[in-house]
Design a protein around this ligand. Structure first.
Ligand SMILES: [Zn+2]
Length: 248
């Protein structure tokens, strides 16, 4: 985010430095180059586009797949990505055309920290087990990447619930950490994408219900064994939601 402040300043200096009083127009190319230290998009993305820049966009809008949906992070800008971009734009009051251009990327830049995590979540709170993401069921880099996606889903969920803080009690576990807390052998915590949420102001059931709209294929909460004191959200290949005390 920090670098975004520099360009307007440079533009201001440039304006003072030239006798020609031509106003510094909002040049879309310049706006897109503004970005931040995490990731910069260099072109407008619309349905039909493909590439790593599409996949980076998909990660940022993964919390907007619609009820029960999970957005594929495949680098292919199809109808699902367009719908997710549209929902993201609607959520932030942008022109909702499903095309990711300077306004959409500008909002993403505002929402992300220099390490690519969304501003209201950190790698540290998603991993209270170790510092290097090792020892789980996937390579450390995969576990960390999975956690990043879950954080973007949580950021969407947080915004949808009025931007109140969401309490994170933990995420990634190595096999050793998982055994120490008596976690299931196939726990998604071993993959880095599971997050255990505290009640916060939203309540366990409020969180579990809202999570259905934000790309979490696994939701466990009150009524599911050992989940009376937290709501668990994660990714998985097929949907499994269970929180009977919440009507889920
Ligand atoms: Zn859990």
């Amino acid at each position: 985010m920090r670098i975004r402040l520099v360009l307007p300043l440079l533009a201001l200096l440039a304006a003072f430095g030239t006798a020609a009083a031509a106003p510094v127009a909002a040049d879309p190319v310049q706006v897109m180059a503004a970005s931040d230290a995490c990731y910069s998009w260099g072109r407008t993305l619309a349905q039909g586009a493909s590439g790593e820049d599409v996949r980076q966009l998909q990660i940022r809008v993964s919390g907007y797949p619609g009820y029960g949906g999970v957005l594929a992070l495949d680098g292919q800008f199809g109808p699902g990505t367009k719908a997710a971009v549209t929902r993201f734009q609607q959520a932030y009051g942008l022109a909702a055309d499903g095309i990711a251009g300077p306004a959409t990327f500008g909002k993403i830049y505002q929402l992300q920290d220099d390490d690519c995590t969304p501003v209201n979540f950190t790698y540290a709170e998603l991993n209270r087990c170790n510092s290097d993401w090792s020892g789980g069921n996937v390579p450390a880099a995969t576990a960390k990447a999975n956690a990043l996606v879950s954080m973007w889903k949580l950021q969407a969920m947080r915004h949808a619930m009025g931007d109140r803080p969401i309490v994170v009690n933990g995420g990634f576990r190595s096999v050793a950490c998982n055994n120490a807390v008596g976690g299931a052998a196939a726990s998604r915590h071993l993959y880095g994408d599971a997050v255990d949420l505290g009640a916060g102001t939203q309540g366990f059931c409020g969180l579990a219900r809202e999570a259905r709209n934000h790309g979490f294929a696994e939701i466990l909460g009150p009524g599911y064994p050992d989940h009376s004191d937290h709501t668990h959200v994660a990714h998985r290949s097929t949907r499994f939601w269970s929180a009977s005390s919440c009507g889920i």
